[in-house]
Design a protein around this ligand. Structure first.
Ligand code: C6P
Length: 411
């Protein structure tokens, strides 16, 4: 009965997403590309429109009323994020453009201050390019080395190798909370505790986690946690870099410009306090307000309830998919979110994706910005279906039928 009520609640929430009520290629849209970006509920769209219709103003600078209202709302949004991830201090929440910018900020700033020739940065084999390339870039500059924790054939990290891989040269561990390809939920608490026992800080890429898992940065004790708004029902172009105060105070600014300064002369510039030291230039105020609304929206349902419902969808889809002859899954960890990567025999993922699109179904195909995972499995790419709170079992049924049809047409 409880489960039924939850399903009804989610279906009720579906009406908050008008975009889902359309036809694509003359077929009702089935949106299974939530790992790439989620759709936005009406309250988020309304909040952004309201901001531009009534408040739009630059923040922290003006004495005039609109500027003050905009500043108050911007800072209130920061407190919402703080509350959502349970950060100790509001000033530990830095607004960025998204996960990519958050990780670039940390790699560049932490790397400049703390990496030296011969040092090591430990990442995993299942990272998105956003958590590989910035570290490679700073390692190249500093003469440091990237080391990699492998995963096994089920898509589970081989954490038994951690003791070998964390060495006296390791300066930071940067790891994804949830893989965008495999769906694996990594044991990040265990990794954090292990790294901390050797005095090493840990950065978590939370892009695929924040709207599917309860995240408590104090309970995790992570040193940095990065995420994007657009994967959690908020606008594109806004994200968060959480960092512990003690690290942020020791790190140099990432970009120079307005707001991040205390005083500027041609001889020397002194920097502003946290969080402003890391927020150069005019921020995307309307999007920050949209992010706050998205957080309120998630909280009004409950992230645990969303997780449970998505898990039901995952379970239902896997049972049906497993019956398709020749299907090959990538990522079957027992700890997994509703991200399913697979291929149908030797069919090219792009061909299947194209036919699914003709039937109104949006999935992602390709390497999903995680080429090392493709190299490991020796495949060009996968078909990826990723669910969100508004997806339904009926959509999954239609998806399965569509896969059978695509298979028949292509084989
Ligand atoms: N993954 C996907 O379809 P940005 O683009 O900055 O919002 O997020 C980058 C990023 C970082 N880490 C992980 C684990 C991610 O999944 C992503 C974005 C999208 O899987 C786009 S490639």
């Amino acid at each position: 009965m409880k489960k039924l009520l939850q399903i009804q609640q989610m279906i009720y929430n579906r009406s908050d997403f008008k975009i889902l009520d359309q036809k694509v290629n003359n077929k009702p849209l089935i949106y299974f590309d939530n790992g790439a970006t989620t759709q936005k509920p009406q309250v988020v769209i309304d909040a952004i429109t309201h901001y531009y219709e009534t408040i739009n103003s630059n923040i922290h600078r003006g004495v005039h009323s609109l500027s003050q209202i905009a500043t108050e709302q911007f800072e209130a949004a920061r407190r919402s994020v703080q509350n959502y991830i349970n950060a100790k201090h509001t000033h530990e929440v830095i607004f960025t453009r998204g996960t990519t910018e958050s990780i670039n900020l940390i790699a560049s700033s932490f790397g400049r201050e703390f990496l030296n020739p011969g040092d090591e940065v430990l990442i995993s084999e299942m990272e998105h390019h956003a958590n590989i390339v910035p570290w490679q870039m700073i390692c190249e500059q500093k003469g440091a080395k990237l080391r990699v924790i492998p995963f096994d054939e089920n898509g589970v990290l081989q954490i038994e190798l951690l003791d070998q891989l964390i060495t006296s040269k390791t300066k930071i561990v940067a790891i994804t909370h949830i893989s965008n390809v495999l769906g694996t939920i990594n044991p990040i608490k265990l990794i954090i505790d292990k790294a901390h026992s050797k005095g090493i800080p840990v950065m978590i890429d939370g892009a695929q986690a924040v709207s599917h898992e309860k995240v408590d940065v104090q309970a995790l004790d992570c040193d940095f946690y990065c995420f994007s708004g657009h994967k959690m029902y908020a606008p594109m172009g806004i994200g968060v870099m959480y960092g512990k105060e003690e690290w942020l105070n020791k790190m140099p600014p990432y970009q120079g410009g307005g707001e991040m300064i205390s005083q500027v002369t041609f001889e020397k510039t002194t920097y502003n306090e946290l969080p402003f030291k890391f927020e150069a230039g005019t921020p995307s105020v309307g999007d920050v307000i949209g992010l706050q609304k998205a957080i309120e929206y998630i909280q009004s349902i409950g992230v645990e309830k969303i997780a449970e419902y998505e898990h039901q969808l995952l379970h239902y889809a896997m049972q049906k998919l497993e019956q398709i002859p020749g299907i090959q899954f990538y990522g079957v960890s027992p700890q997994k979110v509703a991200v399913i990567s697979f291929n149908l025999g030797t069919l090219h993922p792009y061909d299947v994706g194209f036919l699914l699109d003709q039937m109104g179904i949006a999935v992602r195909t390709g390497h999903h910005c995680a080429q090392p995972i493709m190299q490991k499995f020796q495949i060009p790419g996968t078909i990826r279906a990723s669910f969100a709170l508004y997806n339904t079992k009926e959509e999954i049924d239609f998806f399965i039928e569509a896969l059978h049809k695509a298979k028949m047409m292509l084989e």
